[in-house]
Design a protein around this ligand. Structure first.
Ligand code: MG
Length: 262
C-alpha cells in the first residue's frame, strides 16, 4: 500500500467509526440484564416425597400400588372371563396354574413403572427353546415382554427372556440360573393414537433385568403375535397380564409385584 493511499484509507476508517458512534448515540436501548443464578432456578411445585423400598427385602416404594404381596390374588382376575384368579398362592409366591389360563390385573393402567420377580424351577433338559418355563408379562394386555428360561437355553433371539416378543431381542442375556429369582423393572410409556386408530406415538418400553438394561426405550411396533406381524389396535388403559403358557414344562412362579403410575 502506498503512503498516500494508506493515509486515505485510515481517514475513511475513522469517518466510518465516528458515523457509527453517532448512530449508536442517536437511540438508546435498555441494556441486557445480567444473568443471575436465580433466574434459571425454580422452587415450586416440590416433587412429592416417596420413601424408597428397602433394598434388603425388596419392599415397594411408599407410593406404589401393590399387585401381589405374597398373600392373595385379590388384585387379579382370570383373563378368560373375569372370574377370580385361580393360580396357586403358597409360601409368599404365586405359581402359574396352566389349567386356569392367563390372569390380569383388575385395574387398568396407562404409563407406569412395574416391578415383578419370577423364578423358573430347575427342569429336565428335554424341555428346550420356547418350551422351557415360558410365561410373559403383557403391557396393557397387548404387548408381551417374554419370560423364559434363557439360561443356557437357546431359542429365536426375539423370543428369549427380556425380548419384546417376536420384535426386539434383549440387548444382552442377563438371566439367572433356574431356581434363582429374576427381577424385571419395566418402565412403560403408553401409546398415543391418531383419529384413524394408528399410532401417533408408539408404545415404548425400558426393561431392566436383574439390574441390567435389556430394552432401552424400545418402540413397540404393535401387538406381540405368535403367528404373523404386529397388529396396531387402538386401545386405552389396559391391565398387566401374566401368561399361562401351554408348554408342558414345570410351572413358573412370581412374587413381589408392584406398580407406580407415571
Ligand atoms: Mg411367553
Amino acid at each position: 500500500m502506498s503512503k498516500s493511499f494508506s493515509h486515505l484509507f485510515a481517514a475513511a476508517v475513522l469517518m466510518a467509526v465516528s458515523f457509527s458512534a453517532f448512530a449508536q448515540e442517536a437511540k438508546e436501548y435498555p441494556k441486557q440484564e445480567p444473568m443471575r443464578p436465580g433466574m434459571s432456578e425454580y422452587w415450586t411445585p416440590q416433587p412429592a416425597i416417596v420413601t424408597p423400598g428397602d433394598q434388603a427385602t425388596s419392599s415397594a416404594p411408599s407410593d406404589a400400588i401393590i399387585l401381589f404381596d405374597g398373600k392373595d390374588l385379590s388384585a387379579w382376575e382370570s383373563a378368560r372371563d373375569g372370574s377370580p384368579a385361580n393360580w396357586n398362592v403358597h409360601d409368599g409366591i404365586v405359581t402359574v396354574n396352566k389349567r386356569a389360563g392367563d390372569i390380569r390385573t383388575k385395574e387398568s393402567f396407562g404409563s407406569y413403572q412395574l416391578h415383578i420377580e419370577w423364578c423358573i424351577p430347575p427342569m429336565p433338559e428335554n424341555f428346550k427353546s420356547q418350551s422351557r418355563g415360558n410365561s410373559g408379562v403383557y403391557m396393557q394386555g397387548k404387548y408381551e415382554i417374554q419370560v423364559l428360561d434363557s439360561f443356557g437355553n437357546e431359542t429365536y433371539v426375539n423370543g428369549q427372556a427380556g425380548s419384546v416378543y417376536k420384535q426386539t431381542p434383549p440387548l444382552v442375556n442377563a438371566m439367572r440360573a433356574p431356581g434363582e429369582w429374576n427381577v424385571y423393572d419395566i418402565i412403560y410409556t403408553a401409546p398415543v393414537f391418531k383419529a384413524d386408530g394408528t399410532y401417533l406415538y408408539r408404545p415404548r418400553v425400558t426393561v431392566i433385568h436383574n439390574g441390567v438394561v435389556v430394552q432401552n426405550n424400545t418402540e413397540i411396533l404393535g401387538t406381540t403375535e405368535y403367528i404373523g406381524f404386529p397388529k396396531v389396535q387402538e386401545h386405552g388403559d389396559g391391565p398387566i397380564l401374566l401368561q399361562s403358557h401351554g408348554d408342558p414344562s414345570p410351572a413358573i412362579s412370581y412374587r413381589n409385584i408392584w406398580i407406580r403410575k407415571l
